[in-house]
Design a protein around this ligand. Sequence first.
Ligand code: 1QQ
Length: 372
Amino acid sequence: MLRRAALFAPLLALPLLAAIPARADVPVGAVEILSGPNAAYGIAIKSGLELALEEVNKKGVLGGQKIALTVEDSAGNKDQAINAARKLIGRDKVVTIIGPTLSNEMFAVGPVTNERRIPTIGTSTTATGITDIGPFIFRTSLPESDVIPVTLKKAQARGVKTIALMYANDDAFSKSGFDVMQAAAQKLGLNIVAIESFGSKDSDFSAQLTKIKGLKPDAVGISALVEPVSGVLLQARQLGFGKETQFIGGNGSNSPKLGEIAGAAADGLIVGSPWFIGKPDEVNQAFVKAFRAKFNKDPDQFAAQAYDCMFIVAAAIDRAGAADPEKIRDALLKTSFSGVMGPFTFTPGRDPASTEGVVVLEMQGGKFGIAK
Ligand code: 1QQ
């Protein structure tokens, strides 16, 4: 009996231990597109977040607490995105939300999460006006207004003088990207010969493309998400657009999905990007290696941006000193981070401060390389 009691002696210490509150996880949410036609974006983002989280949780935050990440699927749908955010706030008590994926969704979700005073950070939202939604809305993605002018400059350097613009008129990112393309083209003195729009779910672009073909522009700029951009390119090739036409995309085109859907039809398309897989610095190369090992495929821009964001959030929680959304918001503003995207700080308006490092990529054989 005595020996037995000795064995259980450590249990006597338990009531004492129980008096110390358990170190609860810090709940963080993400609203991303995991199903439907735009799932490639959200799945890349989720992968980037999860890879970073493994590293973050080795040390934890706030002296050893783990971040518990819950990713909800928005399916690219505004109402579903709002419901997802409400669930994350109400059920999971998240202290920060990453996402949603599309600007279109952020314009719906942002007002809700801003009102609930939950810091909400887009990692892929590039439309004009995202952070104007309110003081709790941040983004780590470079807006199209910082990227498109660089892309058009590249096209001009390649000899482009005339351009036709096409855009999806039912998506906030696509419309905003078009406005930016138009303004940037005008600023560079390019001659805009045609402006044509379509719906994101359209599959027939022949009327618009036939009209544009007759005008023989040097370039065609397309502001849309990856499925319609792919559809436009496939049909353009059928209608006889060849290498003489410089196709130009926006952030929606900067996905390997473009090569998967459009194949050789996407060859030659150029797009500006804040990140490139071949970035030689050690941090990026380690990220690419770890991503390949975990997911058995290459990361894309969306994964890279999400990867950095998770570290930015973890550091902000630490600086906040508590799992408190208000304090995390203030701490986010003091972000000073260097990740796979390079050095990162927020402007007082909660946009990325540095526009350095934009590279122009060109699609060739289903892969993006540096445009020459
Ligand atoms: C936006 C975008 C999309 C291409 C993200 C996937 O840039 O909606 O703002």
